[in-house]
Design a protein around this ligand. Structure first.
Ligand code: ATP
Ligand code: MG
Length: 512
């Protein structure tokens, strides 16, 4: 389906009035409707593509008739969903229609609700079939534990909690920004739990309209509402023994929340329009990228349900808080792309990798994944280079580098010496400030000196040679220079006796 939220429907009929009224009825819902005034034109449109998600096709038309058009359409696109329209119903037309692969047929004149129900059913069937077609047994694909990459301390914490909750059926709430891997973690819990051989069903509470979500979750009885032409089994019943993943739980309507609470408390559901109480055994994992506590405060989310769901909380850290994981994730994405034959490029240049680690990734791992995919597809050699990365990424990083260069004009000074220079300058400045203000003993160091020390400590952490002699000799040299070589004045400023300064100057220079 092109856009699952806005399916496309093509109406083929030579009667302008029928087209008009049908388009109005269908257009009142989320469908995108187009029209063709003849069989020939309709067939041409399906052939040209992209094919519509559903076709309403009139049987009796001047020129190419409906059955012939249906044959052409199905020849061009065997999966095309077609509903035939006829002014008179006979067994003959019904059989013909179904024989040539129509999904259904409808008699004119038709009631708007009938047309809408037909369209909805057809599209639902279409989606269900596709879901089956796309299904791959997860047990055979790579172990999900390996599907989650990350050795950063924050991710190690996540893995630990995942491991702890797999042994029980405890309800888990996964929170975190969009694209941080909430669903991946939910699947990982399922995969390692004793329910691994039972289904994992994900329901996106934000994507399903409020009036349909209950039917989706709990099912409905035939005739319980307009369009409920057959009984439907809900996800909870289908998932018996398994794990239900309630994604975007913060968007769930209050009425549905009450029913979820009942599942959690009593392990029971009722189909919409039904009276029978059905026992279900499911584990629930919920996820949200919203601030659920805030929603509870506004009373749009039940507090009791919140506590029921929030027994164990897994907070997915944003990617910018685990940049050390980026190289691994990139590698993992590339390997997958190559394995699935979506790209040939399996490597990334160190420069490109460095650009990737400097981006802030508001869309988190999903954004990174997309960038890798895009870049791998356009890369020509056997590695992704900086030029292959999206322009926005290259620009932000280039701008940052430029700003850094502008702030530090002394480019010829080697990095360590530059840091030291900044540090000693800061220290000298701070010392002057100290004297001027004659700060009471024990007072905190001024900010500038703290900053200078930060620089020095930063150098130390890089494992350079012992830092104190280097700092000291650099500071002495600077102060001496500032005092025009006057050792007495320099000693005074440094807080040393003249003899002590002389002794230090006589020592062979350490390090620097
Ligand atoms: N640690 C990871 N290692 C490898 N791939 C990851 C990792 N985290 C996320 N991904 C991948 O990133 C994509 C987004 O992950 P997922 O769908 O689980 O995120 P989400 O938090 O549910 O996002 P949203 O809130 O948008 O639904 C998926 O393709 C997933 O496989
Ligand atoms: Mg998700």
């Amino acid at each position: 389906m092109t856009d699952p939220n806005h399916p496309t429907i093509l109406i083929i009929d030579d009667d302008a009035e029928i087209r008009y009224s049908l388009a109005r009825v269908l257009g009142s819902r989320q469908y995108q409707v187009t029209e063709a005034a003849s069989g020939e034109d309709g067939v041409a449109r399906v052939k040209k593509g992209p094919p519509p998600d559903l076709v309403f096709l009139d049987i009796r038309m001047g020129g190419m008739g409906g059955i012939e058009a249906l044959q052409h359409i199905r020849a061009a696109n065997p999966k095309q969903l077609v509903i035939l329209m006829t002014a008179f119903g006979t067994a003959q037309t019904a059989i013909e229609a179904m024989k040539y692969g129509a999904f259904d047929y409808v008699m004119k004149p038709f009631a708007p609700e009938k047309v809408l129900a037909l369209a909805a059913n057809a599209l639902q069937a279409h989606a269900d079939l596709r879901a089956v077609g796309d299904y791959k047994p997860t047990v055979n694909t790579e172990d999900y534990k390996e599907g989650i990459v990350g050795s950063s301390p924050v991710m190690q914490e996540v893995f630990k909690i995942v491991g702890q909750v797999t042994a029980s059926d405890v309800t888990v709430m996964v929170t975190g920004e969009s694209g941080t891997g909430k669903e991946l973690v939910a699947r990982s819990i399922w995969k390692h739990s004793h329910r691994a051989n039972k289904p994992f069903i994900a329901v996106n509470c934000a994507a399903i309209p409020d009036n349909l979500i209950e039917s989706e979750l709990f099912g409905h009885e035939k005739g319980s509402f307009t369009g409920a032409t057959v009984q439907r089994i809900g996800k909870f019943e289908l998932c018996d023994g398994g794990t239900v993943f309630l994604d975007e739980i913060g968007d769930m309507a209050l009425a549905t929340q009450t029913k979820i609470l009942r599942v959690l408390q009593q392990g029971e559901i009722q189909r919409v329009g039904g009276t029978e109480t059905i026992r279900v055994d499911v584990r629930i994992i919920a996820a949200t990228n919203k601030d659920l506590e805030a929603i509870v405060k506004t009373k749009a989310f039940r507090e009791d349900l919140y506590y029921r769901l929030n027994v164990v909380r897994i907070k997915m850290p944003p990617l910018r808080e685990r940049i050390d994981d980026i190289p691994q994730i990139v590698d993992f994405c590339l390997q997958n792309l190559v394995k699935n034959k979506k790209a040939r490029v399996g490597k990334v240049s160190p420069e490109a990798l460095s650009v990737l680690t400097r981006h802030s990734w508001p869309g988190n791992v999903r954004e990174l994944e997309n960038v890798i995919y895009r870049s791998a597809v356009i890369a020509q050699g056997d590695a992704i280079l900086v030029k292959d990365l999206p322009a926005e990424l290259r620009e932000t990083v280039a701008a940052a580098a430029e700003a850094a260069a502008a702030a530090e004009p002394v480019t010829s000074t080697p990095p360590f010496e530059r840091t030291l220079l900044a540090a000693t300058e800061g220290a000298v400045l701070a010392k002057a400030q100290l004297r001027a203000e004659s700060i009471a003993a024990g007072a905190e160091l001024p900010l500038t000196l703290e900053r200078a020390l930060d620089f020095v400590l930063m150098e130390m952490s890089k494992g350079a040679a012992p830092i104190l002699p280097r700092v000291e000799s650099a500071l002495i040299a600077r102060v001496l220079r500032a005092e025009g070589g006057d050792q007495a004045k320099a000693a005074e400023r440094l807080g040393l006796t003249k003899a002590a300064l002389k002794k230090r100057l006589a020592e062979p220079e350490a390090g620097a």
